[in-house]
Ligand binder design. Sequence first.
Ligand code: GLC
Length: 401
Amino acid sequence: MSAFPLAGEARSLLERNWREGDYRGRHYAFGVPSPRSYPWQWYWDSCFHAIVRSRYEPGRARQELMTLLGAMREDGFIGHTVLWGTPLDLGRAVRYNIASRADLMTSTIQPPLIAWAWARALGDPAADPEAAAALDRHHHWLRAHRDLDGDGLLWLLQPDESGMDASPKFDHVWGRRAQGRPLFPALIHANRRLGFDARRVQAAGRPVVCEVLTNVAWSLSEQALGRPSHTPALVDRLWDERAGRFFDDVRGAVSPTPGPRRPVTWDTLAPLALPDLPDAIADRLIEEVLLAPRFAAGVPLPAVALDDPQHSSRETWWGRHRHWRGPSWVNSAWLVSLGLRRRGRDDLADAMAARLTGVVARAGFREYYEARQGYGMGAHDFGWSTLLWELADPRPPAHGR
Ligand code: GLC
């Protein structure tokens, strides 16, 4: 056992990152992902923060999620970043998906985890009528605007909507306009002209993606609201039985590439977080993907398989644009660990926790870690890396799953 005081360190970080105030007639209370690098509220980061915080301070966990719901537009849309307190500077205005600098939020989404985070952290959302009504409105927006084919699955119009900004899995879709590549600002510009509207983007013949992790989040959240699971549709559409992997469905790609020839990225394992993933698929993912050295030899969990030609663990001089092109992330490890524990592989989940605890004890709660040696990379004091506490000391969710 390591002597690292994980719980205490996690709590003190979440304490330092907490922000409260009033802005444009609304009250906000939430944790910033990282004080220097990410000074606003990010959608899925807040979901992760609330899950960890609910271990000792459920009142503030609720405040964090209510702040996100409080940013919601009348029609149910919630943007992937909410700019509480200070508007964007000019430099960021080019890189952020805002329609106008006066906006409170970006005009794109992030993995829709909030209803599931609510259930895990605080219990059945139905027991909290104010939250339940808001979550319902939000899900209605997602269904109406992003379920392009009517089969219940959601589609994305930009890579960062997946939360995995510069993942090389998007390079074949957007080409030089993919994130972390030179023409990304042109993609934002084009989508801005189309009102960040997925149907208009599709009608214009531009790329849209039915993405794995997004739909894992969506299925978890719909189930948390007592709605039918989207897991069967996800398996039907995105699981490749021959390859033994999940692949995004893609339309309008710049250089369409069949699934098995795309980079091997961690999100093929993300469906392990689904409580209703068929056991045969879960076990195959564990045996054939997770336990293969290309993932198992890395610090849990490399964003891209270690032996993939696209894997790049080095920081470039412009650094942060390389997000998700190689190094390891704690939230991914935790999501995958849910499936390991469900399948009775606590030994594997505990081994992941032990290795990551060693890394965090040495390097602190960084945004991500070099995938082989585990030195810290990206932002400092990074909120969701405290999910390590959940990984190392799992507790039953507050409600069902
Ligand atoms: C990066 C990540 C994204 C995260 C944000 C704030 O952009 O790729 O997933 O939400 O930072 O932490």
